[in-house]
Write a protein that binds this ligand. Structure first.
Ligand code: BES
Ligand code: MN
Ligand code: ZN
Length: 508
């Protein structure tokens, strides 16, 4: 089996564009340039840039690419790739990250291994630019075809040199970008893995290996320990499968941590979701191999946080099981008792994510969490509401949700706040138990979030519904079809910013 990704070596240098030595020099180009900035490069390329602009062959349209040879004898790199950067006024770190991925994918398709990257003058601070370029080129170095046996594959980026005049100050940012990029790719590799190879036991074992390698505390609870904790919701979902469930606990406990904070990530780890007895239609059911993407993000983010020595205590909890319609499976109408003691009537066995997360959120509180964030491919309703590019963001109090939102914006993982009014709670009331596990079609992503809230106690809690964003259905220049690794960067950015939010009083 092929490895799904490699992390290129990324270096900063203060060399001028003509001194950078690579196989391809990447330069973002805005739609309307102040011709002065472009002049030296245009001249080195024998006027190709101004000619392309004049003929409209290349106008700097966002993510367009235009390769052209370098004519000037003094330039070390003999080819330039112009990448459209859109309108200068709309330039953001996220666009720069995507331009880097676009260039990386372009190069890999042609087996070009050494890139030089000149971000050029912009209001984006050098450190931010360096970090997002590193993240972007790492993102390009992912291959979803792990099980292909032909060798006609793309090349890998080996080396990327970022040329910035004041570059050497941003060394740490490049390192950060590479670690974040590496673990985003690891999360994508997990999501891409089929259900027959990534069973709950295998997922737990791999999470443990990644955790150990990153220096995390690792604990893997098997079905016996899960039963001892009375996790009736997790065990209920696992009943229909012949694979036993697991609960992975990873801990980052740095010596110099922000006092009084234990940031907990809880991720949905359904390694395959058939829907159970409330079985899903065959069409697109294969996609449900990625129903552990929230869990993968929670695992990979805490590993990145450990590798970066981020000074905040963190905890990751991932309940792992298949949702299968076996002979002992949950039946609609069954009542389950959660570890916390609350009872749930299971009206639809396909609403399994909220069940396993309910027990895990409770356990995060038992382990001393002070701040909760959960990530889950939770509802089709969220995809209807927000589409494929924006995750649903829910939670309380608003000040905590705002922190998570800002982290997601910095990360380029777009999210948007959704309401969690109490009025919606009547949609999932039950005649027989404390509540049911589904509120039907209206406000489906909100009732799912409110179900989770029942298990968050009075802690600051945020929930990201990544059902739409975890998997790209259409290829873009900056994002091939398949797993996106959504959430990893958001969680790392949130942890990096703990110095700010740890001072807020978030408890009612
Ligand atoms: N894993 C699915 C949600 C999902 C759907 C993710 C489509 C990605 C794409 C989840 O477990 C589920 O089946 N949710 C149900 C809930 C319903 C039965 C209340 C849904 O959204 O239909
Ligand atoms: Mn389901
Ligand atoms: Zn599911």
């Amino acid at each position: 089996m092929r490895s799904a990704y490699t992390t290129p070596e990324v270096a900063l240098s203060a060399r001028r564009p003509d001194e950078l030595d690579a196989d391809l020099l990447v330069v973002p180009i805005f739609e309307s340039s102040s011709a002065g900035d472009e002049a030296p490069l245009d001249e080195a390329c024998g006027g190709a840039i101004s000619r392309a602009r004049a003929s409209s062959e290349f106008r700097g349209k966002l993510y367009d690419t235009f390769p052209t040879p370098v004519i000037a004898p003094g330039w070390r790199t003999r080819r330039v790739l112009l990448v459209g950067a859109g309108k200068a006024g709309d330039w953001t770190p996220e666009r720069l990250r995507r331009v880097a991925t676009t260039a990386g994918l372009y190069a890999r398709q042609r087996h070009i291994e050494r890139l030089a990257f000149v971000p050029g003058a912009s209001p984006i601070p050098t450190a931010t630019a360096a970090q997002v370029i590193a993240e972007g080129v790492c993102h390009a170095n992912f291959d979803g075809g792990s099980y292909k046996t032909d060798d006609d594959k793309w090349g890998w980026l080996q080396h990327v040199e970022i040329g910035v005049p004041d570059g050497l100050k941003a060394q740490a940012a490049v390192g950060r970008g590479c670690v974040i990029g590496e673990f985003t790719n690891q999360a994508r590799a997990f999501s891409n893995e089929p259900g027959n190879s990534l069973t709950p036991r295998v997922f737990a074992e791999r999470a443990g290996e990644i955790g150990k390698a990153a220096g995390l505390g690792v604990e893997i609870l098997d079905e016996t320990k899960i039963a001892a904790l009375n996790m009736g919701l997790l065990l209920g979902v696992a009943r229909g499968s012949s694979e036993p469930p697991r609960l992975v606990v990873l801990r980052h406990e740095p010596a110099n941590a922000v006092p009084g904070v234990l940031l907990a990530f809880v991720g949905k780890g359904i390694t395959f979701d058939t829907g159970g007895i409330s079985i899903k239609p065959a069409q697109d059911m294969d996609r449900m191999k990625d129903d552990m993407s929230g869990g993968a993000a929670a695992i990979c983010a805490i590993a990145a946080i450990a590798r970066l020595n981020v000074p905040v205590r963190c905890l990751t909890l991932v309940p792992m099981t298949e949702n299968m319609p076996g002979g002992r499976a949950l039946k609609p109408g069954d009542v389950l008792r959660s570890a916390e003691g609350k009872t749930v009537e299971v009206l639809n066995t396909d609403a399994e994510g909220r069940l396993v997360l309910g027990d895990a959120l409770w356990y995060a509180r038992q382990l001393g969490a002070t701040h909760l964030v959960d990530l889950a491919t939770l509802t089709g309703a969220c995809v209807v509401a927000l589409g494929k590019t924006t995750s649903g963001l829910f939670g309380t109090p608003p000040a905590w949700v705002e922190q998570v939102h800002r982290a997601s914006e910095r990360a380029g993982d777009r999210s948007w706040p959704m309401p969690t009014f109490d009025d919606y709670k009547e949609l999932f009331k039950s005649e027989i138990a404390d509540f049911s596990n589904t509120g039907g079609r209206p406000a489906g992503s909100i009732t799912a979030a409110l179900f989770l809230k029942e298990f968050a106690g009075d802690l600051p809690w945020a929930h990201l519904d990544i059902a739409g964003t975890a998997w790209a259905e259409d290829a873009k220049p900056y994002q091939p079809k398949g797993a996106t690794g959504v959430g990893v960067r958001t969680l790392v950015e949130l942890a990096l910013d703990a110095g700010t939010w740890s001072k807020l009083n978030l408890r009612g």
